[in-house]
Ligand binder design. Structure first.
Ligand SMILES: Cc1ncc(COP(=O)(O)O)c(C=O)c1O
Length: 375
């Protein structure tokens, strides 16, 4: 890749074909997929409904600007939002968080946002400025001002929430940070402090959302009611998409001309998202929950006790296997490639698993057996 900026550390093969939960590389080797892209292709690589929707849209029209009404945007927004919410469509997770950041400042008339150490919200300036990882921010100063950080799951954060803040932004599970799950009581206290002080609560569901943890959004399992939700990744099952979902009251700050993007809400991505959301039924989510129980029973009984494993964290189909320092996670991933399994890493030497939600218990077991064999 001579003429591509070396921004990614890439493994030396090209995944050229995908079918269901399998990917095949340029050498003809087939892998069982425990990555879903990075939490994107939750319905696998050849879901018929999504394929049909996208192909049908391709035959009609690819691109229309946002200067006209769009039935398909409306359809997706109706599937995504509840009665009190509105959606703004963009193209990625970082853009969804940019929209949330801008909206929070404009609506409240305040500038300061509280974010969390070890959190991740994206790579553009606003989202990077909200990202609590010095390695990601290094060399890019000056960042967007007025962002404060607190430790995740730490009650000291509550002392920082006062009526000078515009918003608090957090992930209920820090994905890139190492698959750390927030404490339910802590989240409830954060939400209460936000309500008491007129501060907006933004929940970044870019990685945790769209069924990944067994509910449409992960925050539902923590009993939260955020003012703003950001989504992307699995919402398009591979077509580029982002969405910011906000309470209707916020619309006063996001009128015509206030925010926009050329490709946001484009009909190709909307066709794909419609295919995703129509399949994200209560029955489908119940099947993910049932398979998760099976998966976690095996993770706890067979993976957690291994010598090389210090902990296993996560929820549903979002799993972090924390490895002992003697086994660098990249070495583990490479060994798993040899055995025909694709996995991911996260911060703190974590082997991260984000299998497609359509994977059967049998195939989940097969992947875990492979992981066990190399650990
Ligand atoms: C929680 C979270 N927020 C935001 C992002 C950024 O999304 P994107 O890469 O689509 O900009 C990611 C990507 O990994 C993420 O995990």
């Amino acid at each position: 890749m001579e003429h591509v900026f070396p921004t990614y550390a890439r493994f030396p093969f090209d995944l050229v074909e995908g079918k269901d939960i399998y990917l095949t590389d340029n050498n003809g080797k087939t892998y069982l997929d425990f990555t879903s892209g990075i939490g994107v292709c939750s319905f696998g690589y050849s879901n018929e409904i999504i394929q049909k929707n996208v192909q049908a849209q391709l035959q009609k029209v690819w691109h229309i600007s946002n200067l006209y009404e769009s039935q398909i945007q409306d359809d997706v927004a109706n599937l995504l939002c509840n009665d009190d919410q509105l959606a703004f469509f963009c193209n990625s997770g970082t853009e969804a968080n940019e929209a949330a950041f801008k909206l929070a400042r404009k609506y409240t008339g305040k500038s300061t946002v509280l974010a969390f150490n070890n959190g991740f919200h994206g790579r553009t300036y606003g989202s990077m400025s909200l990202t609590g990882n010095p390695d990601i921010r290094k060399g890019f100063d000056p960042l967007v001002p007025d962002v404060k950080f607190a430790d995740y799951n730490d009650n000291k954060a509550l002392e920082l929430i006062d009526n000078n803040l515009a918003a608090v932004i957090l992930e209920v599970i820090q994905g890139e940070g190492g698959v750390f799950v927030a404490d339910k009581k802590w989240l409830t206290d954060i939400q209460q402090a936000c309500h008491d002080n007129g501060v907006l609560l933004i929940i970044d569901e870019v990685q945790t959302g769209i069924g990944r943890t067994g509910s449409k959004f992960a925050f539902e399992q923590f009993g939260l009611k955020p003012d703003i939700i950001t989504s992307a990744k699995a919402l398009g099952n591979g077509m580029p998409i982002g969405a910011m979902i906000g309470n209707k009251k916020l619309a006063t700050a996001f009128g015509p001309g206030s925010h926009g993007t050329t490709f946001g809400g484009n009909k190709m991505s909307m066709a794909s998202a419609k295919g995703v959301l129509t399949q994200l039924t209560p029955e489908f989510l119940a099947s993910v929950q049932k398979k998760s129980e099976h998966l976690w029973a095996k993770l706890n009984s067979e993976i957690k006790p291994l010598d090389k494993v210090t902990d296993v964290t996560g929820l549903g189909f979002m799993i972090g296997i924390h490895l002992d320092e003697s086994l660098p996670v990249t070495d583990a991933i490479t060994k798993l490639h040899e055995k025909g399994l694709l996995t991911l890493s996260a911060k703190h030497n974590t082997l991260r698993l984000l299998p497609p939600l359509v994977m059967s218990e049998e195939k989940l077991d097969e992947g875990l057996e492979t992981i066990k064999s190399i650990l």
